[in-house]
Design a protein around this ligand. Structure first.
Ligand code: CS2
Length: 500
């Protein structure tokens, strides 16, 4: 007999151990539009938002979750009335809760009502987790107007600002949706709005603000009034977000279904740890996220830098060294003594000197907690999941540390080894056992071209990928020399190139 699907109608049939929504979904109205309703958002901001609403009894903080690359998540959520489970996997304990704050699901490229939702006077926050590549940027961080989707959004906004009303033209990119939604918001009532970027980027809120302004500038003087209104009425706080959220597997779904007694196609899995540090800079109302444990502060930078360089830098290091050595899981790789030693050296000797720890953060304690979290076998985080999008992640997570250490007169051996491991991961595409290591990267073609050639000059060709390596790194002989030695060693360890 088929198992009933999770929905408002079946919610009360859930297993006794499963915590229900902290809010009444039927009473909750949309107040947030979230761009990029992937697993991380559903395990992180949506949970904070649910708990904040549960603590205050506010019913205006429902979320319209918007998918941007594919309709899959929207199609998973809609039949479930937006309900989904969060399976929390600790080392020794598992728990499941159903989140009720997701009050709508839309696919950006089809649902033009996303723009109306951004414009709605009941919407006070637009947040985003679209990954680094989702912002469609050039290597210099500006909007890539050569991107077909972004240029189409700019052209449509141009027409709208000229008085056309292409009401049926959905947006195709997150920044395009933001620009067109804000155009409609200003036209309709002009109420302020806050854009809360939750992606792993340095100064993430300022990045989005600058991208939006560049897009509006691209439309020409017809957008001047809109730009001025954005300057006055829209805020872009910086945030630091942290919760390890592995891809959901069939095993996770089976485990959750056994607890829930219902089928949940939108299940997400996460570790127990969760942290959200938010710049307290809002244009209007917001959920009382601090009631759910978030930190509101005037300066996020120390938190953000520590997290991106310590945790994410270590994560990528573990992923590439681990993948090359044949470790499929992060927990296996980080408990490999050789890799753990590199990660400790990276955090203690190379990252820590580049940080000003935020108040109360002991970096040695934080380092140990990061390693402990990585070593949790229950989450099932794979090295390949972390290894994806390296061209976007390395500059943020590792190469800033490299640049700072080189400027201080030291060649950072661990961060350089991690960078070499990424180069070999790209070039060799297989691990020490001969198993394939697929390259999932928006610059995959560019990287493959750079990697194609004699291995003796691999480092030189990869350093020439200017989208990844800024000039100070390209020009530093000590870094280049160290990379060459590390790449040669790693290539030898991975073994002879696979014969086709
Ligand atoms: C990971 C991050 O997949 C990755 O690139 O490093 O998603 C990491 O799990 C989160 O930033 C943890 O907060």
């Amino acid at each position: 007999m088929s198992v009933p699907r999770l929905s408002l109608q079946t919610l009360d049939q859930r297993g006794a151990e499963v915590r229900g929504p902290a809010v009444d979904p039927r009473e909750t109205q949309v107040g947030i539009v979230h761009l990029g309703v992937g697993a991380f958002h559903r395990a992180h901001q949506a949970v904070f938002t649910e708990d904040a609403a549960g603590a205050t009894g506010e019913t205006r903080w429902g979320i319209l979750g918007v998918t941007q690359r594919s309709p899959r998540v929207a199609e998973q959520l809609r039949p479930q009335d937006g309900l989904y489970g969060v399976l929390t996997k600790g080392r020794d304990a598992t728990s499941l809760r159903v989140i009720g704050s997701m009050r709508g699901a839309a696919f950006l490229r089809v649902d033009v009502d996303v723009l109306e939702a951004i414009a709605a006077p009941t919407t006070h926050v637009v947040s985003s987790t679209v990954s680094e590549k989702g912002y469609r940027r050039t290597s210099s961080g500006r909007p890539d107007l050569g991107d077909d989707d972004l240029s189409a959004d700019v052209a449509t906004l141009w027409r709208e600002l000229d008085g056309d009303r292409p009401e049926d033209a959905p947006a195709r990119t997150p920044v395009g949706a933001l620009a067109r939604g804000l155009f409609r918001r200003r036209r309709a009532h002009g109420a302020p709005l806050t854009v809360v970027c939750c992606d792993n980027m340095v100064d993430n809120g300022r990045v989005v603000a600058a991208l939006l302004d560049d897009v509006l500038e691209a439309v020409g003087t017809r957008a001047d009034a809109l730009r001025a209104w954005v300057e006055q009425s829209v805020r872009f706080p910086v945030t630091m977000v942290d919760r390890i959220t592995p891809a959901t597997t069939d095993a996770h779904r089976a485990e959750a279904q056994a607890l829930l007694g219902l089928r949940d196609d939108a299940l997400v899995v996460a570790e127990p740890f969760s942290q959200w540090v938010i710049e307290d800079d809002f244009a209007g109302p917001r959920p009382a996220w601090e009631r759910a444990g978030a930190t509101l502060t005037a300066d996020v930078a120390p938190w953000e830098r520590a997290k991106l360089r310590m945790l994410n830098g270590a994560h990528s290091t573990v992923a590439y060294l681990g993948a090359l050595r044949g470790h499929r899981m992060i927990d296996q790789a980080v408990t490999d003594p050789a890799i753990e030693a590199v990660v400790r050296r990276l955090m203690d000797d190379e990252v820590a000197p580049t940080l000003t720890p935020p108040p109360g953060l002991d970096l040695a304690v934080y380092r140990d907690s990061v390693i402990e979290r990585f070593a949790n076998p229950a989450t099932g985080y794979t090295t390949l999941q972390v290894a994806g999008d390296g061209s976007q992640k390395l500059p943020i997570r590792l190469l800033g540390t490299v640049a700072d250490r080189l400027a201080a007169g030291a060649v950072p051996e661990a961060a350089t080894l991690a960078t070499a491991a990424w180069m070999v991961f790209v070039a060799r595409g297989q691990d020490a056992r001969g198993d394939a290591l697929p390259l999932d990267d928006p610059l995959a073609d560019r990287l493959r071209r750079a990697a194609d050639g004699p291995e003796a000059s691999l480092v030189d060709r990869m350093l020439d990928v200017h989208e990844v390596f800024a000039e100070p790194l390209r020009e530093h002989d000590g870094f280049r020399t160290r990379l060459r030695a590390d790449v040669a060693q790693l290539l030898a360890e991975v073994g002879a190139r696979a014969t086709v």
